[in-house]
Design a protein around this ligand. Structure first.
Ligand code: PMP
Length: 423
């Protein structure tokens, strides 16, 4: 029985950090979109389990059986959290990046892939070995659906096709019309995978209601520690594909052939793509976070986050030099992820000052979505450049941006301090 704490209390609320101006202050973690602080409840659950863990799957001992149960129960908890359909499989991976790369390796031959150029690199890049069509940045959710419909209408209707879309942008926080995009994909015989890395920590995600074929997310953005992620959804393509990793756990039976080679029969369950000793603690902590979020209820979380978003946006709007980045416009529904530039400031210096002078942790750069951020900054989306973009010359456009992001456990004081510091 794990210890039970307040469901959405996060770790690290009392950490003191030094200020360059002297003294110290409690750290204001406002970079949830990169990695959210872990829930105390997740930590307690892991600590309660730690003395009991043992090898999983074929271990005969009591603790091995206990660990196997916890690992397999974690799969069921995630299945429930995502409201999966009968026959869907939950595969534990390392992260969203890992999940999408796994799916990319499992595409049937000649699969066409459609992906908006605005995606995070994790959902933009894994498909480069397939026949991929990059779709231009839409300026409204409706335009996103039309753009996809047009592209799908032109495709070879007989071959397999996959659409990959992010539910909530890691740059603007804006929500994408996932249900409508899924309907468009299915109307044209294509499938769809949802990158829910930024959506799942902020909104309930129902595979069934959104009618997506797969969903991917990361534990470390969902208030669990680093190192584990999920790919959930339809089993067929995955079970027909070569295992992601070859090795023990994925193989059901292995035998020498008379010609000297080796024959393998692979599993046709989630284990097919989980070769090697699994990250049981990772899976268990994701399940613990899913339970904590479900028990606390998303309603309160969403309402609270919307208050914080409103406060940040009002605060930023009072500073004339600040420009908030948005693809779909001011009124677009969004999660607690806001990027902006400050006229006359280099974004990296600005973010460094927030840390050094105010103890606020934000992020600067192009946020692993280079084409999107360049489009939003009005620079050339085809330009090459690195994350730590160089300083813009006086009077020139910013080459990178600042991102503030928050969620469960963010106190008003962090947001007030941020608004004050920007001002
Ligand atoms: N997709 C989106 C929308 C993201 O924000 C991120 C992380 N920034 C990823 C994918 C990749 O997640 P991970 O680094 O955990 O693989």
């Amino acid at each position: 029985e794990p210890a039970c704490t307040e469901p959405l209390q996060v770790l690290g609320r009392d950490v003191r950090v030094p200020l360059v101006t002297g003294g110290e202050v409690t750290y204001a973690a406002l970079d949830y979109a990169a990695s959210a602080p872990a829930l105390q409840r997740v930590w307690d659950d892991v600590a309660a389990y730690a003395p009991y863990y043992g090898s999983v799957h074929r271990g005969a001992g009591y603790l091995s059986q206990l660990s196997t149960d916890l690992f397999e129960n974690a799969r069921r908890t995630v299945e429930e959290f995502l409201d999966c359909r009968d026959g869907d499989q939950v595969i534990f991976t390392r992260s969203t990046t890992d999940s999408l790369n796994l799916l990319a390796r499992a595409l049937p031959a000649d699969c066409q892939v459609f992906v908006f150029e605005t995606e995070h690199h994790a959902s933009l890049l894994p498909w480069r070995d397939a026949r991929v069509t990059y779709l231009n940045a839409p300026r409204t959710p409706g335009e996103a659906v039309q753009t996809l419909e047009r592209a799908l209408a032109d495709r070879d209707p007989h071959g397999p096709a996959l659409v990959c879309v992010t539910g909530a942008s890691n740059v603007t926080g804006e929500l994408w019309p996932v249900r409508e995009l899924a309907a468009a994909a299915h109307a044209h015989g294509a499938r769809i995978v949802l990158d829910a890395a930024q959506l799942a920590p902020h909104h309930p995600v129902s595979v069934r209601e959104l009618d997506v074929d797969w969903v991917a997310f990361s534990g470390h953005k969902l208030y669990a520690p680093f190192g584990s992620g999920v790919l959930a959804g339809r089993a067929d393509w995955l079970q027909e594909a070569e295992p992601y990793l070859a090795g023990g756990g994925a193989s059901k039976a292995v035998a020498r052939r008379t010609d000297g080679g080796v024959d393998v029969e692979w599993h046709t369950t989630a284990a097919r793509h989980e070769a090697g000793s699994p990250n049981v603690i990772g899976a268990y902590s994701i399940a613990s976070a899913c339970k904590a979020l479900t028990e606390a209820g998303f309603e309160g979380l969403v309402a609270r986050e919307q208050e914080l978003i409103a406060r940040v946006r009002t605060g930023l709007a009072e500073v004339p030099e600040v420009k908030v980045l948005s693809l779909f416009g001011n009124d677009a529904p969004r999660v607690g992820v806001i990027s902006f530039v400050v006229e006359g400031w280099n974004s990296s210096h600005f973010a460094a000052a927030l840390s050094a002078e105010y103890g606020i942790g934000v992020r600067d750069g192009l946020f692993c979505a280079h084409p999107l951020v360049r489009t939003l900054l009005g620079s050339d989306p085809q330009e090459q450049g690195e994350c730590g973009a160089p300083e813009a010359a006086p009077g020139e456009k910013s080459l990178n941006a600042i991102r503030v992001s928050f969620g469960a456990g963010t106190p008003d004081e962090h947001v007030e301090r941020f608004v004050h510091a920007v001002r």
